[in-house]
Design a binder for this molecule. Structure first.
Ligand SMILES: Cc1cc2ncn([C@H]3O[C@H](COP(=O)(O)O)[C@@H](O)[C@H]3O)c2cc1C
Ligand SMILES: O=C(O)c1cccnc1
Length: 339
């Protein structure tokens, strides 16, 4: 760490015309973004959100309140501009990219969709590993390449979203294994299961855990065994974004599990991560706490798609704006003597 620059950034924040610390979390964000960019005058350039979509074999077991076909239908909705993430990215001037990481549907040629198809969905993780080591590696690699292409456009702030019916099941199993926590702490209602359906989901995931009893907590093996193509691609994408010095916006429960996996691979990613919101999906609060992460927003959202990143983005803009534009005590002739 460049200690001199870190001191200068903190000094610049502290000498703005406000009581020390009065901009709260905006100050922490401003410091972090300035540190990431190694400058006293950070800028957020060409923000992007990438939504990765994939199908899940486990969806055949009624672990979601919605049918598996919704994954492909929502991809078409993203392409037509009608989903929540389309609305919020449009609202805030964020570019949106949609990636077919492995949806069980043939979208044909569509120039609006990035084709990174690794397959037509993961295996059923109740009985088999989600994917082969080769597929897992391909996902990480494709995620990295897509971010490389986005970085080349001048983007320095990027968020990731996902779409994949059944993926809260994948994420819960991964979280339980990586953090060595009981499944009860990690499994939630996802798209909105009833209490009864939730008990059935928990029973299936206990069975899945038992069927993979010899799995250790190696992040790559956990990803391969329980992950989804979209979760693995997000993981590679987050790693690349950090490697390239970008600000990484972390969305809800599933994105945070992808982040946890990436963090276990390369802890350095934490310097780049901004936790945008706390999802109301059970497990997210515990996961954020275990990461020592303070989310920007707590709106009771539980959607995914990167929506938390899009809604939190203006807060990052405010953080950068105060650091660049606000007067200092000296420039404004305001006394900074504490009475
Ligand atoms: C219409 C619709 C739009 C969505 N957008 C995101 N998700 C979210 O819900 C899914 C995870 O929940 P579960 O594990 O219960 O299936 C993921 O696709 C996630 O992105 C959606 C779900 C639905 C139904
Ligand atoms: O927080 C999330 O990412 C989430 C929660 C429920 C359903 N889908 C996504």
């Amino acid at each position: 760490m460049n200690v001199v620059l870190a001191d200068q950034i903190q000094h610049k924040i502290d000498f703005k015309t406000k009581p020390t610390g009065a901009l709260g979390m905006l100050e922490k964000l401003a410091f972090q973004i300035a540190q990431i960019q190694q400058t006293l005058t950070p800028e957020l350039k060409k923000p992007h959100i990438i939504v990765f979509a994939a199908s899940h074999g486990i969806a055949a077991h009624a672990v979601s309140a919605y049918p598996a076909e919704v994954t492909a239908q929502m991809v078409l909705n993203f392409l037509n501009g009608g989903a929540a993430i389309n609305v919020f990215t449009r609202q805030h001037g964020i570019a949106l990219l949609v990636v077919d990481a492995g949806v069980n549907y043939d979208f044909g040629k569509n120039e609006k969709l990035i084709d990174a198809k690794v397959g037509f969905g993961t295996n059923n993780i109740l009985t088999s590993p989600a994917m082969s080591a080769i597929e897992c590696d391909a996902c990480l690699q494709r995620g990295r390449e897509i971010v490389g292409d986005v970085r080349a456009t001048g983007c320095n702030v990027i968020g990731f979203g996902e779409m994949g019916i059944g993926n809260t099941s994948s994420a819960a199993l991964m979280m339980s294994k990586l953090l060595d926590l009981p499944l009860e702490d990690c499994v939630g209602k996802g798209t909105g299961l009833s209490d009864e359906q939730m008990s059935a989901k928990l029973a299936i995931l206990h069975q899945a855990m038992q069927n993979h009893a010899d799995l250790d907590n190696n992040p790559l093996r956990v990803l391969q065994t329980f992950g989804g193509f979209e979760i693995a691609m997000m993981c590679g994408a987050m790693l690349e974004a950090a490697d390239r010095g970008m600000v990484v916006l972390v969305d809800g429960f599933i994105a945070s599990v992808a982040y946890l996996t990436a963090f276990r691979m390369h802890a350095k990613i934490s310097q780049h991560a901004v936790f945008c919101h706390e999802s109301s999906e059970k497990g997210h609060e515990i996961l954020l706490r275990s990461l020592n992460a303070t989310p920007i927003l707590r709106l009771g959202m539980r959607l995914g798609e990167g929506t938390g990143c899009a809604v939190a983005y203006p807060v990052l803009q405010s953080a950068v704006a105060f650091l660049n534009e606000m007067a200092s005590f000296e420039s404004a002739g305001v006394s900074n003597k504490v009475a």
